[in-house]
Design a protein around this ligand. Sequence first.
Ligand SMILES: C[S@@+](CC[C@H](N)C(=O)[O-])C[C@H]1O[C@@H](n2cnc3c(N)ncnc32)[C@H](O)[C@@H]1O
Length: 317
Amino acid sequence: MKLLEIFPDARINQLQQILSDKSAWLSQDKKGFLRYRANLQQVAHLRASSCDFSTDTVRIGTATDLTVREQQTVHQALRNLMPWRKGPFSVFGIEIDAEWRSERKWRRIIPELPDLSGKVIADIGCNNGYYMFRAAFHRPAYILGFEPYVHHYYTFHTLNTFACQEILDVELLGIEHLPLFPESFDVIFCLGILYHRPSPIGALRDLFTALKPGGTLFIESQAIPGGEPVALFPKRTYAKVPGTWFVPTAGCLDNWLTRTGFNSVRLFHDHAMSSDEQRRTSWMTFESYEDFIDKNNPALTVEGYPAPRRVFFKAVK
Ligand SMILES: C[S@@+](CC[C@H](N)C(=O)[O-])C[C@H]1O[C@@H](n2cnc3c(N)ncnc32)[C@H](O)[C@@H]1O
């Protein structure tokens, strides 16, 4: 197992047990998991002639790599993986316009990236791996995506079956598994996760533990506007999203990072959310940002809370 070769200091026995339990869990069809595997098997023999991760759209293969029949099969397999939350992708010439314009988030991060070549990286809550493919352009040694959701896990593995990027891997792990990887990563991306954690300080401590000394954390979060170091704790949902716990101001997150022990904590980007960046598309047909915001007052969520901003921090261990 490549993962266990890359991380000699990982708590190997525990990790092996967790991964083998996950694998057994995945092989049951209690929640319809087997349909994802069957979907992947339909297209698992197809390979991209080339990939391009250097531009906004992650390009895997071209239309001329496939016969018309194969292209139809891939199109159906990709449609079966809807809703597509993160993108854009072009897969054998099939353009996938995802709900989130993830290229915008990545463009904000690019100027802040350290040299990623030869580095060991984690992407926490990596979803379908969009940012992992973009980071692969910079020639890291290895990127491990932590993603506990089976749908996203299979979406990544379907894409990477075509793309054959051996330096990329996704396991059915969550941020809570980071303590199994002490001082293991040169760079960690933790984008869009922290407000989903009931214990944000615990999560930041786990991120700190998993970074090598001198390693870099990129953390991006929903935030409320304001200059006070406070966090909103919604009664039930925030912008209709259940499982949202603490939504900090930028100053509050700065304090959380500093008091966790991070150095050189720096806010490098802060912007208001908009329905340009998160919207319904033909590949994600459910409700999206415009449905989460008060129609009469875009400064408020439907619950009457301040509408979300997004803040980006860089910090060093
Ligand atoms: C709001 S999305 C953010 C996705 C991506 N990082 C981004 O910024 O666009 C949250 C992601 O975290 C994943 N997730 C859910 N529980 C998690 C956990 N315990 N640890 C890590 N990721 C988790 C979700 O499945 C989803 O892909």
